[in-house]
Design a protein around this ligand. Structure first.
Ligand SMILES: [Zn+2]
Length: 213
């Protein structure tokens, strides 16, 4: 991953036309999670599910479901708050408590951290690093979070258009556990494949920062 959170090859000759898929703000609903993962499986893709601690606490079974269906889990803070102006102790708790609950429920602690609103601040970066988490925001926003329920008929097409409009090799695509994104996903992934894109396996991303970077 580079400084603007794009995915770039570690080795010469590796495929450059790749995207990273991510789903934030869950786990929310069994039906949506299963539907997302059904589509990911169909396209042989993995995505990072960036979860909030308070939602995991409400629904540990949903976290287990994501994990058992083979999808990686990322840390998205406990309360989904902006961390950029918060003191060290609070930021640490927001991050560490999620590490702990995810480890408790799945047996594995996350290796990726994404601050809510992309606002981790210097403190968020520091705490993430101390806990061996790779800090990332995104480079391609689906804008699915700006869409309204009243427009649900046209929202899936908007999600697809927003992603394709911002598409570039290495795109780090931000999506959410939202009904229109769930609905758009199969068509979106098909279109990405038609354009020659492959889906990055998050397990292949170097978590330790590259030398000099
Ligand atoms: Zn979020």
């Amino acid at each position: 991953m580079n400084k603007v959170y794009n995915i770039v090859p570690n080795e010469e000759g590796t495929e450059r036309k790749v995207v990273l898929l991510t789903f934030d703000d869950g786990p929310k609903k069994k039906e949506w999670i299963n539907s997302i993962i059904d589509v990911l499986d169909k396209h042989h893709a993995k995505a990072i599910f960036f979860v909030n601690g308070y939602r995991v606490k409400e629904n540990p079974d949903l976290l287990k479901l994501i994990h058992e269906r083979g999808q990686p889990i990322g840390n998205h803070s406990w309360d989904h708050i902006s961390l950029k102006s918060e003191p060290l102790a609070k930021v640490t708790k927001q991050i560490v408590d999620v590490q702990n609950i995810v480890k408790e429920v799945t047996g594995t602690a996350p290796v990726f951290f994404r601050p809510p609103f992309g606002e981790g601040g210097e403190v968020g970066r520091k705490v993430a690093k101390e806990h061996h988490l790779l800090y990332m925001t995104w480079s391609n926003g689906s804008l699915d979070w700006t869409l309204k329920s009243k427009d649900k008929a046209t929202n899936p097409d908007k999600v697809i258009k927003n992603v394709l409009d911002q598409l570039h090799p290495g795109a780090n695509i931000l999506m959410h556990e939202l009904p229109w994104t769930v609905e758009a996903l199969d068509t979106l992934l098909t279109k990405l494949e038609e354009k020659g894109y492959h889906f990055v396996d998050p397990a292949s991303i170097s978590v330790e920062p590259a030398a000099g970077g």
